[in-house]
Design a protein around this ligand. Structure first.
Ligand code: FE
Ligand code: ZN
Length: 515
């Protein structure tokens, strides 16, 4: 097929010729056989041409634009690294945010790229195919630039050396990993609602604003710069997510309940992943940007609220578990950090008890809950630590079959009771952290019974290295699991206090400011 691109074409026609003009209907094979996945979910599309490309960008313009951003980004990263920029951060606790991001989030960017590549192939409409192609390229760029901008820290600090190995093994990383794998093992339209809409549009600010502003507030120019470099891509992704949902809703009224179910599901799944961000904001950033609760109110309740008001005309309502999230915003970060404090032995980053000043900040930000429920526990642990009993929990927690979070959250109305739900399927019992996760399971049990749950896998003996010998007299299962995780035991894990990171940072900073 010949496409003649004349210089005289206007921008819009030129774009059409170089994107949609390249598509065709197959004749040797029926279209349904070539695109086998875009119908089974029940989404009805009558006219693919109704897809409006939010950004009319050709590949040619895309490469030029991205190359310019890369040049700027790498110049700044080089300057930051060459000037020992890492010694200018607020304090070495900040680096634990980097570890969390590198291990928990950057691999998701790569998975997003794989997801969009796969999904782009499955749509028979050319418009969404082109949009997915560009997003797939953006996402692979995000994972690369994140890894590059953080790799300098890996030369000096612990816990980052094995992130790709850890991603498939370490207990808490199964939460973000399972989120994305759930999305890209779904159908193409569900993937678009999961990632394009629920994550990129509704929740992304809650991930990137705290992280990028957190980097800026704490003197991390490398991470801050990749954040800005990704921002213009994010604007494109958000528009794609919104375009996609509007397209589905406008094509057929029968699509509305399917889309609503996915919004309910994916907002809840994404929210569970964001629990990691909540503790980063309230506990891990030495210089805080705002509290999790404040961020939730601005980015979800206000911005998300007006978005869902807009979608009302299609018959779409707020995500189902919004009321619970509103109650939880007072508790989420405290319950999550308490878990990482207890399980810091099995983690590739450090945890600690906040200082008195930091606890006062938390009291001020959480007047209804912090002093009543959470301060006493932290102070108790601090006293125990002073007596030489730093508490490490060695009991493996029950995990949620869907989000894979340990059962660490409480009943929406009673913060003293652990929340858990269960379902029976084919003679077995499955456990969930919440009504949200139970509903997700009950809708598709065949999918979630296959989950690789880190705790269950440990108990089944699947998380040891080939050298481990359970019959040996001195066999320590926890140590053996940490070896399987690829952890440097005693360097990557345990409390921040007394860690190599703490000592080195202090020594190097002193060297750089004094004789
Ligand atoms: Fe991204
Ligand atoms: Zn769950």
């Amino acid at each position: 097929m010949d496409v003649k691109v004349s210089k005289k074409l206007g921008l819009k026609d030129r774009y059409a010729a170089m994107t949609r003009g390249l598509g065709w209907d197959t004749t040797y094979q029926p279209m349904d056989k070539v695109f086998p996945y875009d119908k089974f979910e029940g989404i009805k599309i009558h006219d693919w041409d109704k897809w409006e490309d939010p950004f009319r960008m050709t590949m040619d313009a895309y490469w030029k634009y991205q190359a310019e951003k890369e040049r700027k980004l790498y110049a700044i990263i080089d300057a930051f690294n060459q000037n020992n920029g890492h010694l200018g951060i607020t304090d070495a606790r900040y680096i634990n945010c980097i570890k969390l991001f590198l291990c928990g989030i950057s691999p998701l960017e790569y998975t997003a790229s794989r997801g969009f590549t796969h999904v782009g192939r499955q749509f028979r409409g050319v418009g969404p195919r082109v949009a997915c192609l560009m997003q797939a390229l953006d996402e692979v760029r995000h994972s690369q630039t994140q890894i590059h901008s953080m790799s300098n820290y890996n030369k000096y600090y612990n816990g980052m050396h094995n992130w790709h190995h850890m991603r498939d093994r370490v207990w808490y990383l199964s939460v973000p990993k399972s989120f994305f794998e759930d999305a890209f093992s779904a159908g193409p339209f569900e993937f678009m609602i999961a990632i394009g809409f629920s994550f990129e549009y509704v929740l992304t600010n809650l991930l990137f604003v705290p992280f990028v502003s957190g980097a800026a507030y704490n003197g991390d120019m490398g991470a801050m710069t990749f954040g800005f470099s990704a921002q213009s891509d994010e604007a494109r992704h958000m528009t794609l997510g919104l375009e996609c949902i509007k397209f589905m809703l406008e094509q057929d009224p029968a699509n509305v309940p399917i889309v609503q179910k996915w919004i309910d599901k994916w907002t809840w799944r994404g929210y569970r992943v964001l629990s990691l961000v909540s503790m980063m904001m309230d506990y891990m950033l030495p210089k805080r940007v705002m509290s999790w609760k404040e961020a939730w109110e601005i980015y979800f309740e206000e911005n998300g609220g007006s978005l869902f008001k807009d979608l009302e005309r299609y018959g779409i309502r707020l995500p189902k578990y919004t009321a619970q999230m509103e109650i939880d915003k007072e508790h989420l970060s405290h319950q999550t950090w308490a878990t990482f404090y207890q399980y810091a032995a099995a983690c590739n980053f450090h945890a600690w008890i906040p200082s008195d000043e930091e606890m006062d900040w938390l009291s001020e930000k959480y007047p209804n809950t912090f002093d009543k429920y959470y301060r006493p526990r932290l102070e108790y642990w601090r006293d125990e630590e002073a007596k030489g009993n730093r508490f490490y929990n060695k009991t493996l927690p029950q995990l949620c079959q869907v989000c894979q979070t340990p059962m660490i959250y409480t009943e929406p109305g009673d913060p003293t009771q652990t929340c858990y739900r269960e379902s029976d399927f084919k003679g077995d019992k499955y456990h969930f952290c919440s009504d949200g996760c139970k509903d997700i399971f009950d809708d598709e049990p065949e999918k979630y019974v296959q989950a690789w749950l880190p705790v269950q896998q440990i108990y089944q003996g699947n998380c040891f290295t080939p050298e481990a010998d359970p019959t040996a007299a001195d066999f320590d299962p926890l140590i053996e699991v940490l070896k399987f995780y690829g952890m440097n035991i005693g360097r990557d894990n345990f409390d921040f206090k007394g860690s190599e990171d703490e000592k080195n940072f202090e020594a190097w900073r002193n060297l750089s400011t004094k004789n």
